[in-house]
Design a protein around this ligand. Structure first.
Ligand SMILES: Nc1ccn([C@H]2C[C@H](O)[C@@H](COP(=O)(O)O)O2)c(=O)n1
Ligand SMILES: [Zn+2]
Length: 160
């Protein structure tokens, strides 16, 4: 019997895991998931956007506008930072990061400083904003390679 040929690629697998993680997010507007993998394609860590430990999803604000103190922006930890902080194994030097939305400038700093060398992103809906421009500027300067995930059109469905 021949082996299966319709198995998913590494990029489909890891971007799929990032999208699955995003489903855990409580953010009503934008759910982001991230999967960090080693150079030899082992999953090292996963994260999604949400409030820090102890900051209740039911008490902290999910608003996007108004007094910054009462918006989510002061409180959410981004998926990429959560994935970096969730890693307990030592160094992330040379790792690859899959994320469902292009990293912001703050996450770009963390990505660069922990030694991640490659970023694969899916959506880039904030392209052109100061945050994403700064992120790309820093990653270009630091030699972090980034490329857009190429959708295969394959519908990956799981029923649990
Ligand atoms: N690369 C990113 C970008 C954003 N996030 C988080 C931060 C917020 O929870 C949400 C963005 O909210 P919006 O302004 O679109 O309502 O996504 C992230 O985790 N990673
Ligand atoms: Zn960020």
């Amino acid at each position: 019997m021949d082996k299966r040929t319709d198995y998913i690629s590494w990029d489909e697998y890891f971007m799929g895991v990032a999208h699955l993680a995003a489903l855990r997010s409580k953010d009503p507007n934008t759910q982001v998931g991230c999967c960090i993998v080693s150079e030899d394609n082992k999953i090292l860590s996963i994260g999604y956007n949400g409030f820090p430990k102890g900051c209740s999803d039911d008490e902290f604000p999910w608003r996007r506008e108004g007094d910054p103190y009462d918006t989510k922006y002061f409180y959410t930890t981004h998926s990429e930072l959560n994935a970096i902080l969730n890693y307990r194994g030592g160094s992330l030097e040379g790792a690859k990061l899959y994320v469902s939305l292009f990293p912001c400038n703050e996450c770009a700093k963390a990505i660069i400083q922990c030694g991640i060398r490659t970023v694969v992103y899916d959506c880039d809906k904030y392209d052109g904003t100061p945050s994403v421009r700064a992120s790309k500027r820093m990653m270009n300067a630091a030699g972090v390679r980034y490329y857009k995930y190429q959708k295969t059109g394959r519908n990956i469905e799981i029923s649990v």
